[in-house]
Ligand binder design. Structure first.
Ligand code: ADP
Length: 697
């Protein structure tokens, strides 16, 4: 009896016009299925799975990829939770069949221990019913249209347009505009998808800004992410929408495919849409992008969906244009700011309203001695301390904020010399240029000011001025004494007096002062040459010991008040030490050092001139070091690094020490041009040693 019932059940199962299939819950292997199920499946399946070959294989193996993802989610959920799944109108699209509609269910089957062991699927083909209903709806809609739109759809249309217009007005951000607009359209018309693309005119392509889609969004995104609309790509609807500047409506997708108007691979065919509309988003003469929507029912070219979307498109296009301009202005400003930030000129922007600094770049922070981030937001009057500013030549100088204040009252200041006293007390000379910032109503809203640090130029200029005044004094002194002694000799000659001891002293003085004068004039000329890089060297190999003996010889003859001592260190005894140099210039260097030693040390003290060859690790000497040591006034440690600078004179000198601070500068210049080095050691009050090093040939 039982077997009979069993076989009746089998017969019923095989003939029922509902597909029935049983799956293993864990692995999703197809265990068994009835004839209807196989008949349905064979229309979709790859031939190698047709005719029941899928039995014993997992769903993942044989289900076509396009559908697998969404179906798999349902299976896994039912297998895990045990709660049954019932689809409403499940649209399946396969190129060979177009879209078919299904009502299907999936139930969990439990064993005696209440464990989910199997899944039972039923599937019913409802394509015929759905299409018939859609046709009926379509004709009902067109008959409605013929009798003018009834109040309800018109209201709906107005509501959507209002909602879109309002939401897009509130945003300046392209993404959020497209999101709110798409959501409003979705809520009103329940399309399969709504998408908004933005045009990338350089690439002739559309980029997806937003997508509202009910199914597997990843697949949809992949299809819609980037759409090229180059004109040769004629299968694209957006390309046409862009060119023709009017909505493109596909009232019936299936028909469009059949007539070849639409490619099988087009996203809207793949999505199983029945109709489609693409609204090009033009704002004035700029193609902003496209708004598209696909529906699961047919639509009419002048239907409510198209009319509403077209009206929404106008608002969206305007909002997108606005947002685009805003973004580009924004990025333009950001770029400009980046340039200002990096500019080496110091820039400040001051607001007229409250005198606050609204912008300062890094260079401004540096020149004012205040971190630029602290500068912004502070008020100018904070810096307007009433410091007594002395500019050049003790003339009063203008503080830096004067230029800004004058510009805030409308004046344009061009390269005015101003002075900045930083919080740490250091003084900066700056050229300030400042101009008022004026708005459209011609009201001064602020001032933009540029500072250029000219401290270095200024201090050099200052030193030069000092040098000139010292030089004229220094030159006059020997001339006065030469003139004086010459007049004495003249007088004696006129009296017919013979040359006596006093006359001899006068002649010696004249010679000495003339030499001093010649030396000074020579130094000044050399300085000019060095500055104009015209100092020429006549290089030749010389024995440095010979050159030194010549210098020492000339000094022993005329050194009355100091004791000169010659020291030779190292193994170089008498053997020639060849160096390549301009002998006249090296003699000038040694003269300078010896003259300084004489000048800056007391009568009767010792002056040492020495030489030692310096050895490399290999043992052969590679350079010679020459030194001049005195027991004079010395140089303070903090001034020692500056004494080779041009015009620098130490602070321990009184007016009895003549000179203009260019001798050591020339020493350094000449020696470095011979690839040598100079340095000094000193302690104030007990003497100095100057070293020069020259490479050996
Ligand atoms: P000046 O014409 O002033 O001597 P220099 O360039 O030769 O110019 O020297 C620069 C400064 O270095 C001098 O003004 C002096 O202050 C210091 N100086 C140079 N040589 C000596 C020395 N032997 N002893 C002490 N100070 C010296």
């Amino acid at each position: 009896m039982e077997t009979k019932t069993q076989s009746f059940a089998d017969i019923m199962l095989q003939h029922i016009p509902v597909g029935v299939a049983l799956y293993e819950a864990d692995s999703l292997h197809l265990l068994s299925a009835n004839a209807s199920f196989h008949r349905y499946m064979d229309t979709f399946l790859d031939p190698r799975w047709q005719g029941g070959k899928a039995i014993g294989h997992a769903l993942q193996e044989w289900m076509p990829d396009t559908e697998l993802a969404s179906i798999l989610t349902v299976f896994q959920r039912v297998a895990e939770t045990g709660s049954p799944y019932r689809s409403d109108e499940y649209a399946l699209y396969f190129p060979a069949h177009g879209t078919t509609y299904w009502r299907w269910t999936l139930e969990a089957i439990r064993d005696d221990d209440d464990r989910i062991t199997q899944l039972l699927l039923t599937a019913l083909d409802i394509t015929g019913d759905v299409l018939a209903r859609k046709r009926a709806e379509g004709s009902a809609q067109s008959s409605v249209r013929e009798a003018r739109l009834p109040a309800q759809p018109v209201q709906k249309q107005i509501d959507v347009i209002e909602a879109v217009a309002e939401s897009v007005r509130e945003s300046l951000e392209m993404k959020s505009i497209s999101k709110t607009a798409s959501e409003a359209i979705k809520a009103a018309f329940h399309p399969i998808f709504v998408s908004i693309h933005t045009a990338d005119s350089a690439q002739e392509a559309l980029r997806l800004l937003h997508l509202e889609y009910t199914g597997s969004e990843e697949v949809a995104r992949a299809l819609l992410q980037y759409v090229s609309y180059r004109s040769h790509d004629n299968r694209l609807i957006v390309a046409r929408a862009c060119e023709e500047r009017r909505p493109i409506v596909i009232e019936n997708v299936q028909e469009a495919v059949r007539s070849g108007q639409l490619n099988q691979q087009h996203a809207i065919v793949i999505f199983g849409a029945q109709s489609y509309v693409c609204i090009p988003l033009w704002f004035k003469d700029y193609f902003e992008g496209a708004l598209s929507a696909a529906f699961d029912h047919t639509i009419a070219a002048d239907g409510i969906e198209v009319q509403t979307l077209a009206a929404c498109g106008t608002h969206i296009a305007g909002a997108l244009a606005h947002a685009r301009l805003h973004e580009s202005v924004h990025s333009e400003r950001a770029r400009l700011r980046l340039i200002l930030d990096r500019l080496p000129e110091a820039i400040l922007i001051t607001e007229a309203m409250d005198g606050s600094i609204s912008y300062a770049n890094e260079a401004a922070g540096y020149i004012l001695g205040i971190p630029y981030k602290l500068l912004t937001g502070t008020q100018l009057h904070r810096y307007a301390r009433n410091y007594a500013v002395t500019g050049l030549n003790e003339r009063p100088g203008l503080p830096w904020y004067f230029a800004i204040i004058r510009s805030l009252s409308g004046e344009v200041i061009n390269g005015q010399e101003t002075i900045i006293i930083r919080p740490d007390g250091s003084k900066i000379f700056a050229l300030s240029s400042s101009a008022p910032l004026v708005n459209e109503q011609n009201v001064i809203t602020g001032a933009v000011t540029v500072f250029q640090d000219i401290t270095a130029q200024k201090s050099l200029e200052q030193q030069k001025n000092e040098f000139l005044s010292i030089a004229s004094h220094e030159l006059r002194t020997p001339i006065t004494s030469i003139q004086g002694f010459a007049e004495i000799l003249q007088f004696k000659a006129a009296q017919g007096e013979p040359l006596d001891g006093a006359s001899m002293r006068a002649i010696n003085m004249i010679t000495e002062q003339s030499q001093h004068l010649t030396q000074m004039i020579r130094d000044m000329l050399d300085l000019a040459r060095v500055e104009q890089t015209q100092l020429q060297l006549t290089l030749a190999p010389h024995n440095i010991l010979d050159t030194l003996s010549r210098v020492i010889e000339s000094y022993t003859m005329r050194m009355y008040e100091h004791k000169l001592q010659w020291t030779l260190e190292g193994s170089a005894d008498g053997k020639p030490l060849l160096c390549i140099y301009d002998e006249e210039r090296i003699i000038q260097v040694l003269n300078n050092l010896l003259n300084n030693a004489i000048k800056y040390s007391p009568a009767g003290s010792k002056i040492e001139i020495g030489l030692r060859p310096a050895h490399q690790s290999s043992g052969r000497p590679h350079e010679v070091e020459i030194w001049v040591r005195d027991q004079g006034i010395g140089i303070a440690a903090n001034e020692l690094p500056k004494i080779f600078n041009r015009f620098y004179r130490a602070s321990n000198l009184d007016s009895s020490f003549s000179g203009f601070g260019i001798g050591l500068f020339l020493v350094k210049e000449i020696i470095t041009r011979h690839s040598g080095r100079v340095r000094a050691e000193s302690s104030e009050g007990s003497g100095s040693t100057f070293f020069i090093t020259l490479p050996l040939a």
